[in-house]
Each structure stands twice: as structure tokens, then as C-alpha cells.
Design a protein around this ligand. Structure first.
Ligand code: MOS
Length: 731
């Protein structure tokens, strides 16, 4: 078929759901009206490790409005069938109210169900839980590491021995929490043997599969509904204990039950970006060509599951290096299980790699961009695969020009404006976006409007809008005549809405479904004796604004409406799919960026103020430039948080998170966010997927923290190898 004109894809469109969001009409998980819903509040463990010896529910049950109090002593036993299909890491998942073990501070140990939220909240305070407490182990530095995941090529020890310049650097990265605006929440309702949940999730299909496994149900007996997600950053990539608790409570109470986590409960009730201790040894020759690298990485995980993430990839593929050795160990602690958080693994690795590159550049007296240029690989050296598109150099060149890199102070601590030391820094970023099988279905009605459905989520990047753009262009319809629906496990299955894979995976399935419908319509027209297109070459027909016409003669054509009406077709429909990359593919598809930062550091007080930032991205085709810009600004803001503020602090005496609230866990606010600019390199990645996109939601947070750290070094001459960079570290 003839390529369609692209009217919507690439345009800076506003969100199709923007009006619903700003008028409060968009329904988030806790806001759905479910008749007769009771409220449940979780009681969470006040010890970090040990056993529950007694649960006294009398006072709670005596409180007006309290219906039931569930705990391990009276909760029904649940099957908890094995399930590898829902992002559960290896291990034995936490079984909600199934035993007397406390594995971390904040673990749910009881659920109070009441007719009102207030009664449930007060009831939860009245439950008296007694424990046999043990000393928890929550400090990464003190824990016992497990068997490492390893990688090696070449002889890294020898390469380092022979290197003219050697660095041996130890880093410490704080734990971060996602802190989306919308708290996690679930409403659960049983209808006989089937379960419906309204949930905050980035993966309705994953939550459906997990609830089916936990309750021993057929998958189709569970429906998960999640049309709007108020931010996620990864916190919704798993089905967490409170969702199971809601379903369990609804079953026992024999009525729908709603659970909303408090902000405090979010810190132990969902995952987090794990803390890391990371030692990097790096060697180069005198011209800055890297010779060898040895990475020793320790990351935290829980005592019951082993969470790992892609922290090793960048060290294998970002720069040309003959000899690399990596050992990545997880340390089992008495904490809840971590989960991916924006730029997962890669953002953490980038702080280490990219500040080390900056140290090397400083040691060699080289421009940091020139150092990176000298180490540009020709292929993916971890597997010999070709890069699909790799435009990191161009990101650096464009960024340097647009940011005014040539004006950066060449000597650290050489520019001062009053009390403020001024510095500029940059970092490179890489992310390996996922491409996974996905399905979608589309229907074109005789009135010339279309509906497209896929189970995906939209946690904020603008999936509703971007998928509508793809569908509108493929169908030859205007944006207003296409409705895209998501967030329901009844729709065709899609992968988790994360890992930067939604646009490539779901988008390619949407494209397929809509291409099929357009083809059906064109075939119908050219075969229809009454159509002006009768007998035309199908290859020469395009559709624009709902009207099929010859590319070579736009006057010859007719609308979908007249075509379908005359042929008594109520609709045309198609199931679309994307199979994911072929197994035989010898291709590395990565997204890249160069991020630039200028900071001012108060010479006396150590205060760091980011003054301006620029990110330049190689992310393949951009579907919506406006939404992509928002993504990048959000990623840079998140990176400011990681660099300068975010730090989940645990009291290692009892495992309690002491700053489990948004007053003490600092995130950037408007005053912390200066002029932030995003530029996307034009073009696409035709080898990546049918849409030519590479995914951009994750890469935008990679490289941000090191760009800021490198700017802090340039301003102050102080190298801080710990995140966040605090005032104390700069005094
Ligand atoms: Mo992203 S960390 O996969 O939500």
C-alpha cells in the first residue's frame, strides 16, 4: 500500500485527555464509584524483623463502623501459585497475611475493614500487635552479598596494570523512592468467583495474572481496570501487597473494598530504586583511549526476592573498551523488594561511568566531549552486533553548540559571581529500550469514526495522545474522529508500560491494526463498481481526513462513510499485533543523550543551584514533539532530585524509614528547576520497529545526575562520589 500522509505523527499536539485531567473528570484508581464499597486500612509492622506473637483486635472491632480485622491468624489461606508473568523477581514473594513472619518495617500485618475511611483509619490505630523482634539488617554496607552476576571480556586486570592513567573510585548511591503524585490505591469487587479491581498499575495484564495466581483463579476470572495513572516512574510495574490485601478483604467482607496507601505507606508498600555501593577502576592511555575497566557493584534487595536491573549494560557498550570485568552482587536485607525506577539501572550506572569519565578528562587535560569521542565504538562490543542508530556524537555536538560549551571554565573553581562559584558539566546517557510483543484492535464505524483498544497504561507520558496520532494517520482520519482506549485487561494484551517500550511495542500493534483496516477499505472501494475508485490501483490510494482518494488525482475518491454505507458495512475491524524483534536479530537498539548542566555553588554555604540544563536526545522518531519535550523536562527534573536531594533514609536500629513523607524526602520543586531545554535529533530508526521509534521515557533521566555532579566539580574543584550531593559534602 501507498505510504500514508503523516498529519498527526510528529505534530506538537496537546493531550487528548488533557481536558479530562484538568477538570477532574479523569478517574484515578481510588476515585471509581463502586457501589457499597467499604474502606480498608493496612496496619503495618512496627518492627524490622521478627515474628508476630499476638494480635489483639478487640478495641478495633468495638469501634463503630469497623466490620472486620484480618490478620495472619484469621485470614483465609491463599494458593499463591507460581507466576513468572508479572514482573515478580526470583524468590518467594511476600504472602499477605499468610504467616507470622515480619520481613521488613512497614510490612502489612493486619487489615481493618470499615464502613467509612475514618473508622478504618481509627480502627487501624486500635489494633495491638505484639512482636518477638530481632535486629534487622538494613544497611547495604553491612550486609552479606550473594553470588555475583558477572561479565568479562579481555584481561581487565592486565589492561589496568598496563594503563598509563588509572583511576580507582568508590561510589555510594542513595536509595530513591518514586513518589508519584497519585498514591497507590485499589478497589476490589468479587462477583461470585470473578474478581474486578480498579488499580493504580502500569500493567493491567501483569496485575491480572498475579491476582489470578495469588487467588488460584483462571486469568479470565480477573479483570483489572486502570484508565488513568497519576504518575508512576516504575512504582506501578508490579502488583504490590496492598492490591492483594484489597482483594482478600473484599472476599472476606463480601462487599467491595477500597485500599489507599498513605504517603508514608508508599515507602514500604511499593518498591524503590535500590542503593548501590559501586567501585570502578578505569584505565586509559595518555591520549584518553580506554584500556580496561573493572566494576564491583553491590545493590540492595529484600530477604525474600532477588531484584536486579540493567546496571551492567552501559559499562559494556557505551565506550570502546577491549577489557571489561564486572561483578554485580545483591545484598539481601530486611527491606521490601526494590523495583525499577526511571532510567532503571542505567541512571545509576551513568553517575558512576560519567563522573569517572569527567575525572579522566580532567586528569588528561582533555575536553570531556573529546574524551568521549575518542572512545566511540563501531559496534556493540558486548556481542558484536551492529548498532541500529547511534548518534551520541551528534547529541554532543548539537548540545555543545546550543549550550555554549566553549564558554565553560577550563579550570575548576575559576569562575565566581559574588558568593557563587559557577561551573558547567556534561554527561552522556544510554538506555536499552524494550521491544515486546503487543496486540491492539481497531474498529472503523460507518459514521467515519474509529475506536482503537489496547490494554496499555498511560502513567503520564501521553500514551492516549501518541497512540491516537499513530492510529489517525494510519486510518487517514483526524485526531478528533479517533478514540484510543487503554487500561483494561479486557483489551488486547500489551507488555508492561515501562522500560520505554510502549510506543515501539503497542504503537506498532496499533499501526498494524489500522493499516489493515485502511487496506480493507481500499480493497472494498477498488472492487466496488459504484465507487469512484473502482478499478483503481490500490497502491495509488491514500486516505486523508476520512476520504479515500487517488494519490495522483485527489478529485477521484469518496469518504469511508459513503463507502461503508453503500456496502451495508456497519464497520471494518482488525486485530493488530507486533511480534517484537526477531530472535535472529543481530542489532543493538539503544537510545542516547548528551545532557549539559550549569550550576552555581555558594562558596561558603555549599548550596547548589542548577541554573540551566539542556538535554539532546537520539530517540528515533518522535511521535509528539510536545509530549516528548514534557518527558525530557520531567526526566531532567527527576535527575536534579537524584543528584541533589532524593535520599530514602533508614534508621538501621529498627529498619524504619525516617523520611517517609514529602516534607522530609526532598524532591525538586519549581524553585529548584531552572531553565530546562530539550532537543531531539530529527530522524527515525527504521530498523528498530515499524514506527522507527526507540523509546524516550527512560533515557531522559540517564546522565542527568552526573552532568550536575560534573558541573559541581567544575564550579568547586570538589569531586563528590556520593548521591545525593549534599551541602555537607561541599563544605
Ligand atoms: Mo519505567 S522505570 O520502566 O516505569
Amino acid at each position: 500500500m501507498s505510504p500514508q500522509p503523516q498529519a498527526a505523527v510528529g505534530a506538537p499536539l496537546s493531550r487528548v485527555d488533557g481536558r479530562l485531567k484538568v477538570t477532574g473528570e479523569a478517574r484515578y484508581a481510588a476515585e471509581h464509584d463502586v457501589d457499597g464499597a467499604a474502606h480498608a486500612v493496612l496496619v503495618d509492622a512496627s518492627i524490622g524483623r521478627g515474628r508476630i506473637t499476638a494480635v489483639d483486635t478487640r478495641a478495633a472491632l468495638a469501634h463503630p463502623g469497623v466490620l472486620r480485622v484480618l490478620h495472619h491468624g484469621n485470614a483465609p489461606r491463599l494458593p499463591y501459585r507460581a507466576n513468572s508473568g508479572s514482573n515478580n523477581p526470583p524468590g518467594r514473594r511476600l504472602r499477605v497475611l499468610q504467616d507470622d513472619l515480619v520481613r521488613f518495617h512497614g510490612q502489612p500485618v493486619a487489615v481493618v475493614i470499615a464502613t467509612t475511611l475514618e473508622a478504618a483509619q481509627h480502627g487501624a490505630r486500635l489494633v495491638k500487635v505484639r512482636y518477638d523482634a530481632e535486629q534487622p539488617s538494613t544497611d547495604l554496607a553491612e550486609g552479606e552479598p550473594g553470588k555475583p552476576e558477572t561479565y568479562a571480556r579481555g584481561d581487565a586486570e592486565a589492561a589496568l596494570r598496563d594503563a598509563a592513567v588509572r583511576l580507582d573510585l568508590s561510589y555510594r548511591l542513595a536509595r530513591n523512592h518514586h513518589n508519584p503524585m497519585e498514591p497507590h490505591a485499589t478497589i476490589a469487587r468479587w462477583d461470585g468467583g470473578s474478581l474486578t479491581v480498579w488499580d493504580k498499575t502500569q500493567w493491567v495484564v501483569g496485575t491480572q495474572q498475579e491476582l489470578a495466581a495469588v487467588f488460584g483463579l483462571a486469568k479470565d476470572a480477573v479483570r483489572v481496570i486502570s484508565p488513568f495513572v497519576g504518575g508512576g516512574f516504575g512504582s506501578g510495574l508490579r502488583c504490590w501487597p496492598h492490591t492483594v490485601a484489597a482483594a482478600l478483604a473484599a472476599r472476606v467482607a463480601e462487599r467491595p473494598v477500597k485500599v489507599v496507601l498513605s504517603r508514608r505507606q508508599m515507602y514500604a508498600g511499593t518498591g524503590f530504586r535500590p542503593a548501590y555501593d559501586y567501585r570502578l577502576r578505569l584505565g586509559s592511555d595518555r591520549r584518553g583511549r580506554l584500556k580496561g575497566a573493572i566494576h564491583a557493584i553491590d545493590g540492595e534487595t529484600s530477604s525474600y526476592e532477588t531484584f536486579t536491573e540493567g546496571i551492567m549494560t552501559a559499562g559494556q557498550t557505551l565506550y570502546s573498551l577491549a577489557a571489561v570485568r564486572q561483578a554485580y552482587r545483591t545484598v539481601s536485607l530486611d527491606v521490601n523488594t526494590p523495583v525499577w525506577m526511571r532510567g532503571p539501572g542505567f541512571a545509576s550506572a551513568s553517575f558512576v561511568l560519567e563522573t569517572a569519565m569527567d575525572e579522566l578528562a580532567d586528569r588528561l587535560g582533555l575536553d570531556p566531549i573529546e574524551l568521549r569521542r575518542r572512545n566511540e565504538p563501531d559496534e556493540d562490543e558486548s556481542n558484536g552486533h551492529r548498532f541500529s542508530t547511534r548518534r551520541l556524537r551528534e547529541c554532543c555536538t548539537v548540545g555543545a553548540r546550543e549550550f555554549g560549551w566553549e564558554s565553560r571554565p577550563l579550570q575548576p573553581r575559576s569562575r565566581r559571581e559574588g558568593d557563587w562559584l559557577i561551573g558547567m558539566g556534561m554527561a552522556a546517557g544510554v538506555y536499552d529500550p524494550g521491544r515486546m510483543p503487543a496486540k491492539a484492535r481497531a474498529r472503523l464505524d460507518a459514521d467515519g469514526t474509529a475506536v482503537v483498544e489496547a490494554a496499555s497504561s498511560d502513567m503520564g507520558p501521553g500514551t492516549y495522545t501518541a497512540q491516537t496520532q499513530v492510529a489517525a494517520d494510519a486510518l487517514g482520519l483526524t485526531m478528533r474522529t479517533v478514540t484510543f482506549r487503554l487500561g483494561d485487561s479486557l483489551y488486547p494484551p500489551t507488555p508492561a508500560h515501562g522500560g520505554s517500550m510502549t510506543m515501539a511495542s503497542v504503537g506498532s500493534a496499533v499501526l498494524d491494526a489500522c493499516d489493515q483496516i485502511r487496506r480493507q477499505a481500499i480493497e472494498l472501494a477498488v472492487a466496488d463498481r459504484e465507487s469512484p475508485l473502482h478499478g483503481a490501483d490500490a497502491e495509488d490510494v491514500v486516505v486523508r481526513a476520512g476520504r479515500l482518494h487517488l494519490r495522483s488525482d485527489s478529485a477521484r475518491g469518496e469518504t469511508y462513510r459513503s463507502l461503508l454505507g453503500r456496502n451495508d458495512r456497519a464497520h471494518l475491524s482488525a486485530d493488530g499485533s507486533y511480534a517484537g524483534p526477531p530472535d535472529s536479530e543481530r542489532l543493538t537498539v539503544h537510545a542516547y543523550n548528551a545532557t549539559f548542566a550549569e550550576v552555581a555553588v555558594d562558596a561558603t554555604l555549599g548550596l547548589v543551584r542548577v541554573r540551566r540544563m539542556l538535554g539532546v536526545y537520539d530517540a528515533g522518531r518522535i511521535i509528539s514533539s510536545k509530549l516528548a519535550e514534557s518527558q525530557a523536562i520531567g526526566g531532567m527534573v527527576g535527575g536534579i532530585g537524584t543528584a541533589l536531594m532524593e535520599h530514602t533514609i533508614t534508621d538501621h536500629r529498627d529498619g524504619r524509614i525516617v523520611n517517609a513523607n514529602l516534607a522530609d524526602y526532598l524532591v525538586p520543586v519549581n524553585a529548584d528547576v531552572p531553565e530546562v531545554k530539550a532537543l531531539y535529533l530529527e530522524g527515525n530508526d527504521p530498523d528498530a520497529d515499524p514506527l522507527g521509534v526507540k523509546g524516550l521515557g527512560e533515557v531522559v533521566q540517564v546522565g542527568v545526575a552526573p552532568a550536575i555532579a560534573n558541573a559541581v566539580f567544575n564550579a568547586t574543584g570538589r569531586r563528590v562520589r556520593e548521591l545525593p550531593i549534599t551541602i555537607e559534602a561541599l563544605l
